[in-house]
Ligand binder design. Structure first.
Ligand code: SF4
Ligand code: SF4
Length: 468
């Protein structure tokens, strides 16, 4: 298919305003900003809140890969940065409709939330803090973390995914490198885009039980932001970045659990991104400009469609939803023992038992640490059994959730939406701004024929858009 940005005509041909890449942000400026971010990050890496202890026996310090603790007032600086950048992203996307401004904001997000803050605190990871606080762990959710979770969703409810436009450092990093995007086949995109819902459900279960924070553990870009980490994760991140040159934002579209929540919230937004200011002529240019497949084509008129049969099939699929949920719950309940293996308390209980049976001769680190506590083995067994019980119950919910996702996908596939023009799917749109001014009707306006021309549109204006 030729649906690539390269094939988008008129780049820079209308008043110097570039569509596919922001010419306003020159390559030199980009390099300077990235270099500045790297220097800034390096300096931040070297900063420590407390002096290191002066060991006398020649012990070596482990490599520091997690961010250093931050003074409480500085966390409010982060919160202020989040609020300001969310407001700016909304302004740039919906009011100014400026790709160049959004791109500059994305660079700032990579520099500040990425390299300077080392990717932490992060709205995606905050999902786990919320789940952990809701579990029976006695954890009190810090206000700032709660707001990092809630604010992007709140903005999405009103304006769509402006958080993804140029605030999230992971999305921003991927946005910068989309150079030769190719279109992912619709069926593959539809299948892969279910992964964030499933990954999110699994991550919530592990966080609620207090086992591990999976999203942070397998964050592919955090290692870059922290200038260090394990080789497999670095390779995973590098692979995603290389893939991201050709497939727009692979992490956002096919992994990020927050994207699942944002996809649910965005369709409710009253103020949304819009393409054209006049009657859509179905020229296809906006769809070509979008590397994320977020612009839906008009639907072909259906002849001989039996509405009554369609309604019957929809009713049947809705009735099957509880069955899918029960089936999913039952199947996952069968795997709850395997799911619990990732929890260190369950593994410790097993190791203690194996040691007791003489199966393990050499004590592991965990066994040694447990031995130093001088607790009876029964304590390890009880802790392990309690966690396993959590997994037994949680796996029902997780399986039910996966069954629901599957069932709803089937329902969605059988629903027929009529679209007479090209329109933005607000759930998938990350407000990158590439498509805003490709519309020939909007450009005609620039030539003084009619219409307001490219650039800012009044909020709520625009024809040829239904949020699809
Ligand atoms: S989809 Fe996820 S990773 Fe991508 S920009 Fe949005 S929140 Fe960030
Ligand atoms: S603004 Fe949305 S619809 Fe337009 S190109 Fe970007 S992601 Fe696609």
């Amino acid at each position: 298919m030729k649906n690539t940005l390269r094939s988008t005509p008129s780049v820079g041909a209308h008043g110097g305003r570039c569509i596919a890449c922001p010419s306003a942000v020159s390559a030199a400026a980009v390099c300077a900003l990235v270099a500045l971010a790297l220097l800034w990050g390096s300096a931040a890496c070297g900063a420590e809140n407390f002096p290191r202890p002066d060991f006398t026996r020649g012990e070596t310090f482990p490599e520091q890969i997690n961010p250093f603790p931050r003074a409480a007032w500085l966390t409010y600086v982060d919160l202020a940065a989040l609020v300001v950048t969310l407001a700016l992203a909304t302004l740039f996307s919906l009011k100014l409709r400026s790709r160049a401004h959004l791109f500059a904001l994305a660079l700032f997000a990579v520099a500040y939330f990425g390299f300077y803050r080392h990717g932490c605190v992060c709205a995606i990871g905050a999902i786990q803090n919320v789940a952990y606080a809701l579990g029976a762990n006695g954890y009190k959710l810090p206000l700032v973390v709660g707001l990092f979770f809630a604010l992007p969703l709140l903005f999405a409810l009103f304006f769509g995914r402006t958080f993804c436009a140029g605030v999230c450092p992971l999305g921003a990093l991927q946005e910068i490198i989309v150079l030769r995007p190719v279109r992912v086949p619709a069926w593959l995109d539809a299948m892969l885009s279910q992964i964030p819902f499933i990954f999110g459900g699994v991550a919530v279960l592990y966080a609620a039980v207090g086992s591990t924070f999976l999203i942070c553990r397998y964050d592919p870009f955090i290692e870059f932001f922290r200038f260090g980490g394990t080789l497999p994760l670095l390779l995973f991140g590098a692979g995603l970045l290389v893939l991201g040159i050709f497939v727009g934002r692979p992490y956002c579209r096919y992994v990020c659990p927050l994207s699942a929540l944002l996809r649910l919230a965005a369709p409710l937004a009253q103020w949304r991104p819009r393409i054209t200011t006049g009657e859509c002529v179905n020229c296809h240019l906006c769809a070509q400009a979008c590397p994320y497949g977020a612009i839906r084509p008009p639907t072909a008129p259906e002849r001989g469609f039996n509405r009554r049969a369609g309604r019957r099939s929809l009713a049947l699929q809705l009735l099957l939803l509880p069955l899918f949920m029960a089936l999913g719950g039952g199947l996952l309940r069968l795997s709850s023992f395997s799911l619990a293996q990732l929890d260190p308390r369950v593994r410790l209980a097993e190791e203690v038992w194996m040691q007791e049976q003489g199966i393990i001769q050499e004590p592991t680190d965990a066994l040694e640490a447990f031995g130093n506590l001088e607790q009876p083995n029964l304590a390890a067994y009880q802790r392990g059994a309690a966690v396993q019980k959590w997994f037994d119950t949680g796996s029902w919910f997780l399986g039910g959730w996966i069954g629901l996702i599957f069932g709803l996908k089937l329902v969605g596939m059988s629903l027929r939406r009529r679209r007479e023009t090209y329109s933005i799917d607000v759930a998938s749109c990350v407000h990158c701004g590439r498509c805003y001014n490709v519309c020939p009707l909007t450009r005609e306006g620039a030539a003084g024929d009619e219409g307001p021309g490219p650039g800012p549109l009044p909020l709520g204006s625009g024809v040829g858009f239904d949020g699809g």
